[in-house]
Design a protein around this ligand. Structure first.
Ligand code: GLU
Length: 475
């Protein structure tokens, strides 16, 4: 066990982005591997942008991925007393001050600072008379943090020593005019209250860290360690965004990616376990994790690799588990009912097994419709390519030989097809392609003999006959 306390601190203000999910996963891997504690804090102080829906999406996404936390989530909005107390302490100790500038004045000051190439200098040293006059006027006031001289450094667990010249940091607001705390203040107070010792988060927070460290110091609190992971880039090397496709966890779930795939894939975005291995279970990732393995180099979100990895995880899954996912899709399509799942589980699971080697996403089980209903249409390209002038005659011969079969098993059926092909001096594929088309309407899928056994004799004969009528003589 280690004494480290980590936290994942999402803001419930939008979708659950894959970058945030990756941060949660790194925290989880660290906690599991090193025996540290991992807490969840919901950063909901932005009352206008925080929504119940967004919170639900995050919590659902985390549990779908299997990222678990110790205890109940902490809600930042409920720690207001501690936030106000910290502001009072900073005012008291002279690390913060009231500022009364109006928006117009602020704009002026910013313009001036820009033209002189320096940061904005706020009025830190109001005399008590001036302050009393502003108070008498009833001017709104914020609280600003007084950035000290010097340099702020920390030894980032991923990026090594980071240095920030404090001259680059403005006296930022820690409490708004309405008394509400600003992000940096709330984060620092809550990290302290939750005894957080290691903050692991995305690279987008790098520039926040010196501000937060300065607050910790001014409050005379221990500064936690920091580890900032890399950015996630799209395949074109630009920061990942909507342009590159799905960006939220729920979108990937809806597209048929397994939680174990997403966990595996995101864990490898910015972390290299070494040895070139790519496919890991959650437990194997926990075992292999090391903080030293976290990379400084930005990670590329490779959609092709994600698809491939999903196929690997789909194949590795016990068919009975995969079946549950497929059944959901088939039920949603109206192809099967809960009753079917109960009564025909074995038969239905067998169909899932026929697809297991071929699917790349769970959504591909959508392609199994022909197990439950007659094909309504036939793929025109396959028709053109494989249904020739002499096909109908051959198919008729095949039907005639399949009809009297007593055991309609995969091997029996295969025997019939191959011997007929042999007698006609054809390659078996000349019979197999048209058969598949007539049975399924498409040109790919499970092995055709397995397919025939699964569909059964009656269905096969009916569909082959119908195929003959509909597909007819291809011109
Ligand atoms: N709430 C912040 C976010 O969602 C994270 C704050 C932090 O990790 O310090 O980006």
């Amino acid at each position: 066990m280690s004494d480290t306390v980590l936290r994942f601190a999402p803001s419930p203000t939008g979708g659950f982005h894959v970058g945030n999910a990756r941060t949660a996963i790194f925290n989880y891997l660290y906690a599991q591997h090193y025996g540290a504690r991992l807490l969840l804090r919901v950063e909901d102080t932005d009352r206008e942008r925080s929504t119940e829906d967004a919170l639900k999406t995050i919590l659902d996404g985390l549990s779908w991925l299997g990222v678990a936390f110790e205890g109940d989530p902490v809600f930042q909005s409920q720690n207001g007393d501690a936030h106000r107390a910290a502001v009072a302490q900073l005012l008291e100790s002279g690390h913060a001050y009231y500022a009364y500038e109006t928006p117009e004045e602020l704009k002026e000051m910013q313009k001036k600072a820009q033209s002189e190439g320096r940061r904005v200098q706020y009025n830190r040293n109001l005399t008590s008379e001036q302050q009393a006059a502003y108070e008498a006027e009833g001017l709104p006031k914020v609280v600003r943090f007084k950035i000290p001289e010097g340099e702020t450094t920390w030894d980032d667990l991923i990026r090594g020593v980071q240095r920030w010249d404090n001259r680059e940091i403005e006296d930022f607001v820690i409490q708004r005019a309405d008394g509400s705390p600003v992000y940096h203040l709330a984060v620092v107070v809550d990290d302290h209250d939750m005894s957080v010792t290691l903050v692991m988060r995305g690279a987008d927070h790098l520039s926040n860290t010196p501000k937060q460290i300065l607050l910790f110091r001014a409050l005379l609190w221990d500064v936690p360690g920091y580890a900032h992971s890399t950015l996630i880039l799209g395949s074109d090397g630009k920061k990942q965004s909507k342009r590159h496709g799905a960006t939220t966890v729920i979108e990937y779930k809806e597209q048929g990616y397994l939680p174990e795939t997403m966990f595996n894939f995101l864990a490898l975005l910015g972390w290299a376990p070494g040895g070139g291995r790519e496919v890991f279970t959650r437990e194997e990732l926990v075992e292999a994790f090391s903080i030293e393995g976290l990379l400084k180099k930005d990670a590329i979100f490779d959609q092709k690799k994600l698809e491939w990895l999903n196929g690997e995880h789909l194949r590795a899954k016990p068919v009975s588990e995969l079946a549950e996912e497929a059944f959901e899709i088939w039920k949603a399509r109206g192809w099967i009912t809960d009753g079917d799942v109960e009564n025909r589980r074995e038969e239905l699971t067998r169909i899932v097994g026929l697809f297991q080697d071929r699917v790349r996403t769970v959504q591909d089980f959508d392609g199994a419709g022909y197990f439950f209903q007659e094909p309504k249409e036939y793929d025109a390209k396959v028709h053109k390519k494989h249904w020739k002038a002499d096909t109908p005659e051959r198919m008729q011969m095949l039907i005639d030989r399949l009809r009297p079969l007593e055991a309609f098993s995969e091997s029996e059926v295969e025997g019939v097809v191959r011997s007929l092909a042999g007698e006609l001096g054809l390659s078996a594929s000349k019979l197999i392609h048209p058969t598949r088309l007539a049975l399924s309407g498409v040109g790919f899928g499970p092995g055709v003999f397995e397919l025939m056994e699964a569909l059964g004799q009656e269905t096969c004969l009916r569909r082959l006959q119908k195929g003959l009528e509909v597909l007819g003589q291809n011109a």
